[in-house]
Design a protein around this ligand. Sequence first.
Ligand code: AHG
Ligand code: MN
Ligand code: MN
Ligand code: MN
Length: 335
Amino acid sequence: MSFKTLGQFIIEKQGDFPYAKGELSRLLRDIGIAAKIINYEVNKAGLADILGEHGVQNVQGEKQQKLDVYADEQFIQALSRGGECCYIASEEHEEGIDLTTQPYSKDAKYIVCIDPLDGSSNIDLNVSVGSIFSIYRRKEKEGQPVAIHEVLQYGHEQIAAGYVIYGSSTMLVYTTGKGVNGFTLDPSIGEFCLSHPDMKIPEEGKTYSINEGNYLRFPQYVKDYIKYCQMEDPISQRPYTSRYIGSMVADLHRTMIIGGIFLYPETQQYPQGKLRLLYECNPMAFIIEQAGGKALSGQERILDIQPTQLHQRSPIVIGSKKMVEKVEEFLMENE
Ligand code: AHG
Ligand code: MN
Ligand code: MN
Ligand code: MN
């Protein structure tokens, strides 16, 4: 059975974007190239002197891992060489990277926000990690330096978003606002092939995913919801199962496939929540909503938050629609 490659699929879907003359297709191709190169390193991390710390602290106050830096370099190289990207906001860079000074990126239309390597704490443990990307169309005329307001767009203005999961197999899952499609890397031909067409997240699930180590600091509505998940109720098949991998991409890919809910509320260490709006919450919220799920910061829809800083964080409750709505009920009761 021959599968459709990512490139063939993108060309086929070209019709969804009458105004685009192939730029978005080429941008997605460039992201796929970086993902394949990173995958090659991840798959032999233990043999490639790519494990462990890079010895530098990033703007997040995290100890950068070697693979954080390597993945960041690969995305920057692929995007700046591809000529379709005018600006990159990366978790690993305090300031954004303006590519309009580069000859063949000068007139590029697309801004890319990227989490080059998600789940860094799991790299040395051989546990699944990922990459996350979010694509916007610039608002000002091409050819001039990108202004920060062009980067700090609402999540609902995203043109495309996706993630790569470097797991038992490597998959690229993305949306351009017309549903979600999943591609599995076939290492024998080095191509991402369509394996999960039109992905939909189950409306209900039986798995909740949260770092319960922070329980004492959670807002009351979150504590109430965790207790709700743990109560015996055969009708709603509770108690639910608790699953927490510690890589957002892996926890949310499982949630996409079997349903469930993922929460990273505000904690003592992260009073605004830990996950970053521009390159973790927004892209994952766009994908989950396009698959029929829901994504809130608590009070509001993630995609309706007006960003004010590149690396701002947000609490997040995301997953199966009915489960997120149940959390909303607890939130309302506690208001
Ligand atoms: P990153 O590795 O890109 O910095 O992201 C790590 C994030 C996310 O992947 C995961 O859901 C979360 O950190 C786990 O945080 P805790 O270890 O605090 O639970
Ligand atoms: Mn991350
Ligand atoms: Mn990261
Ligand atoms: Mn990090």
